[in-house]
Design a protein around this ligand. Structure first.
Ligand SMILES: Cc1cc2nc3c(=O)[nH]c(=O)nc-3n(C[C@H](O)[C@H](O)[C@H](O)COP(=O)(O)OP(=O)(O)OC[C@H]3O[C@@H](n4cnc5c(N)ncnc54)[C@H](O)[C@@H]3O)c2cc1C
Ligand code: SF4
Length: 624
């Protein structure tokens, strides 16, 4: 076993949570070691470009396709089962194991939680309350928005219905909102003065821009909340280092945010990590291809005394050397599923027996169809606006809340348009032989098949420019039966555990999904959309399906794993306290979505980032 130097802090995982923590602590003069299971290819500009080229040349374009696979730090990906799914339903999400973590292929949506999301038990009788409130997290949300470079307008996000102030006086996001798409504006116009009826109650329809970690026009003369000092001039967005800021820094509408933004207008944790390395030379060490496999605990003091890791050279060869990293404080930031797995493998932090339990995601439900007129599909970011209406309300006592995402990319995700549209129009018979007689969001047989030349171009233009998709992200309650466990028979190439996942949707969530379908029907009717969703036939790419009252419903994973080592006020019902320190080991902290008590309807990363800033304050005190 090779011993590393002794550090102030050892961090496992260089995703967004680990990178923010590493940067904050190194900036405060601490010596930091980061262990990263995957390669660090994207840290070099040439390496990042190799991801872009790989993506462009891959036939199958999925969220993981730009990033080479490593058998020694494996992930769930098409045609490669990493998880053992023990049922009763399938868990549909994955994550990345590369420096930069899952933000390498995330979408960049950066919503805050609502104040109600922290108090689900007190307000609606479900789940558990968080040990912190929205107000506690508010200053850290500001820091996170500046670190990730979020574009939005605070005034627009402050919903008109709310009496409470969501944003501190004088605060605004570092960049202006990404301009709404033509589709967003069309829907906003059509919704004017209209409402929607759910469970006998009318809700006024509104469209709101979605905050996104994607560079737009920087704001000037605001205070940087991370450093509490006045900035001179504008916020400086970070983009592709090879391009001048004013060009390369901004979103250019390349429309490939998932899985990769070629000009790096979309945030990935590589930006934080690169900055941290550049400005803390000598204080921050990152060891890549270093898979943490065991947390060593002193049985007398219950303090962590080291993290063992396996260092490999070749991602495809199962050979490695064993090392131990030592420091005063340890942080596991390896993603909600991998962190739980490492704790279980080390028999650490689990006196509550809650490690791995309460895994939540946002089951993602899709509906799609054709607009009566062109709406300019397939341009810009995947989504620029949503319908916030169902994020909170009295209905949460009975059924899950949900957020409606308005999709800019036609029907791409559920059925592979526009490629499938083209195939179908050119040769309907062979298309049907290959894919079954699936409508694919295009017109039926009278218009399709055997088209070529001008007729084909016209039909493509007409159909594709009207394709339209809605996405519904459903709240899921913490359920101890939804869990990550380990079993000795399921190991990877270098002998580390693979996750065994047990997952299901409860009735609360299913009722929410039924309401989402009703909402979709009403929205489509108001917009004059022809619904092309094939509800009865399995799409083949969804995580799972279930029936309610004779009707089929299908869900996908959203990539939003949370809850597996939740925070709380007591060691009996939580794994970490409000500082994210484990109850069982005084010098072991956990960061990431695993700390969430409930999931609400906001995509989780901004809250993960805010919590990482909060943990940095607690750890700084610990190290003082
Ligand atoms: C397709 C997709 C789209 C998404 N879109 C959004 C979105 O729009 N908005 C949003 O808020 N969220 C989104 N998410 C979720 C978001 O990406 C995650 O919430 C976030 O990246 C989690 O951050 P993390 O730092 O906790 O974990 P990660 O980013 O997963 O980082 C964990 C790091 O730890 C490393 N690691 C793992 N195991 C070990 C080990 N044993 N030893 C050493 N290192 C280890 C990994 O390699 C990785 O670098 C999306 C996810 C997916 C899959
Ligand atoms: S739309 Fe294009 S330029 Fe903008 S963030 Fe997405 S991939 Fe990057």
């Amino acid at each position: 076993m090779i011993q590393d130097d002794f550090y102030d802090i050892v961090i496992v995982g260089a995703g967004v949570a680990g990178s923010i923590l590493g940067k904050q602590l190194a900036d405060r003069g601490k010596r930091v070691l980061m262990l990263e299971a995957g390669p660090g290819t994207g840290l070099e500009q040439g390496g990042f470009q190799s991801f872009v080229e790989r993506f462009l040349t891959q036939e199958l374009k999925t969220p993981t396709s730009p990033y080479p696979h490593s058998d020694n730090a494996p992930i769930q990906r098409p045609f490669h089962e990493y998880y053992e799914q023990s049922g009763p339903m399938n868990y549909g999400s994955n994550y990345m194991r590369h420096a930069g973590g899952t933000t390498l292929h995330w979408m960049g949506t950066c919503l805050r939680f609502l104040p109600e999301d922290f108090r689900l038990k007190s307000l609606y009788g479900h789940g558990i309350d968080w040990p912190i409130t929205y107000t506690d997290l508010q200053p850290y949300y500001q820091m996170a928005e500046w670190e990730l470079g979020v574009s939005a307008n605070a005034a627009e996000q402050q919903s008109v219905d709310r009496d409470d102030q969501l944003y501190a006086t004088g605060y605004d996001y570092p960049m202006e909102r990404v301009p709404p798409s033509y589709l967003d504006d069309t829907i906003r116009e059509r919704f004017e003065g209209k409402s929607i009826d759910i469970d006998g109650r009318a809700y006024p329809l509104e469209v709101s821009s979605t905050p996104a970690a994607r560079n737009s026009i920087p704001r000037a003369n605001l205070t940087d909340p991370r450093e509490a000092r006045e900035i001179v001039g504008s916020y400086r967005p970070v983009g592709d280092p090879d391009l001048p800021d004013e060009r390369g820094g901004r979103c250019q509408g390349n429309a490939s945010c998932i899985p990769i933004c070629p000009v790096q207008a979309k945030y990935s944790a590589l930006k934080t990590l690169r900055t941290a390395i550049e400005r803390n030379c000598g204080r921050l060490d990152v060891i890549i291809k270093a898979v943490a496999s065991l947390i060593e605990i002193d049985p007398g003091s219950e303090r962590v005394v080291g993290v063992r890791y396996k260092k490999y050279a070749d991602p495809d060869q199962p050979s490695f050397t064993e090392h131990v990293a030592r420091g005063r404080v340890y942080v596991i930031a390896a993603h909600a599923i991998e962190t739980a797995k490492l704790l279980l493998a080390s028999d650490a932090a689990n006196s509550s027996e809650l490690v791995g339990c309460n895994l939540m995601d946002h089951p993602f439900v899709l509906t799609w169809g054709l607009m009566p007129k062109p709406i300019g599909s397939y341009r810009g970011p995947g989504s620029t606006s949503g319908i916030p209406l169902f994020r909170d309300g009295a209905f949460r006592s009975e059924s899950a809340a949900f957020r409606v995402e308005i999709g800019n990319w036609g029907v791409d995700f559920p059925n592979g348009t526009p490629h499938t549209t083209l195939m179908s129009l050119v040769d309907r018979k062979h298309f049907n032989d290959a894919f079954g007689n699936h409508p694919e969001g295009i017109r039926q047989a009278e218009h399709a098949g055997d088209l070529f030349g001008k007729a084909l171009r016209q039909e493509m233009q007409d159909v594709c420019s009207r394709q339209f998709r809605l996405g519904f992200e459903l709240e899921q309650l913490p359920d101890p039966k939804n869990c990550v466990t380990i079993q000795s028979r399921y190991k990877d190439a270098i002998g580390n555990y693979r996750p065994v996942i047990s997952y299901r949707l409860d009735d609360y969530c299913k009722k929410g999904i039924v309401n989402a379908r009703k909402a979709s029907d009403e929205i489509f009717a108001k917009l004059g959309v022809t619904d092309e969703t094939d509800y009865d036939r399995p799409s083949g790419i969804a995580a799972g399906r279930f029936k309610v009252d004779g009707q089929w419903y299908e869900y996908h994973g959203a990539g939003h794993a949370v809850g597996t080592h939740r925070m709380g006020n007591s060691p009996r019902d939580s794994v970490v306290d409000a500082d994210q320190r484990t109850w069982d080991h005084p010098n072991l902290f956990l960061v990431g979505g695993g700390n969430f008590c409930t999931i609400g309807t906001a995509n989780p990363t901004l809250t993960i980032a805010a919590l990482a800033f909060k943990a940095a304050d607690a750890i700084t005190k610990e190290l003082a």
